[in-house]
Design a protein around this ligand. Structure first.
Ligand code: FES
Ligand code: FES
Length: 158
């Protein structure tokens, strides 16, 4: 069965027809061409597909697109661009928290969700917030340092 759904994605309203069973991840990647969210496990275990839904991190592989009807979505494409990176993106580069990059969009969006709720997290709080995001390359230390550094920078400018 097809449904017409409308969402605000990265600040722009999108209305599309989707099948009832289409995942939010497939909708974003295949129907809208927003390939920043990655398909890793496709079963809610790796966090590579995380996007923000009304400001909260969600595994987009585990949601149907129709469930996001009427919601605001932010993907990594809506965060910064190469000439004006978001502070979290800058901190990931500074701390070498990106290697292959597969986990990076999900890590950054989860971090953004955390910092929106808690602008001064402890290391443990960062680790807990990112516990659902797997990285096979970095060993996590640089990622945690990057998030703490970005939090400090964001507090300074706010
Ligand atoms: S692809 Fe969604 S959690 Fe792994
Ligand atoms: S940088 Fe490769 S999986 Fe995290």
């Amino acid at each position: 069965m097809r449904h017409s759904i409308t969402m605000e994605i990265n600040g722009f309203s999108e209305t599309k027809e989707v099948d009832s069973h289409r995942s939010l991840l497939d909708f974003l990647r295949d129907d809208l061409g927003l390939t920043g969210a990655k398909e890793g496990c496709n079963e809610g275990e790796c966090g590579a597909c995380v996007v923000l839904l009304d400001g909260k991190p969600v595994n987009s592989c585990m949601m149907l697109a129709v469930e996001a009807d009427g919601c605001e979505i932010k993907t990594i494409e809506g965060l910064g661009h190469k000439d004006k990176l978001h502070p979290i993106q800058r901190a990931f580069l500074k701390h070498s928290a990106v290697q292959c990059g597969f986990c990076t969009p999900g890590m950054i969006l989860c971090s953004l969700g955390l910092l929106a709720e808690n602008s001064d997290p402890t290391e443990e709080e960062v680790r807990i917030a990112l516990a659902g995001n797997l990285c096979r390359c970095t060993g996590y230390k640089q990622i945690v340092e990057a998030v703490l550094d970005a939090a400090a920078e964001m507090r300074e400018v706010s």
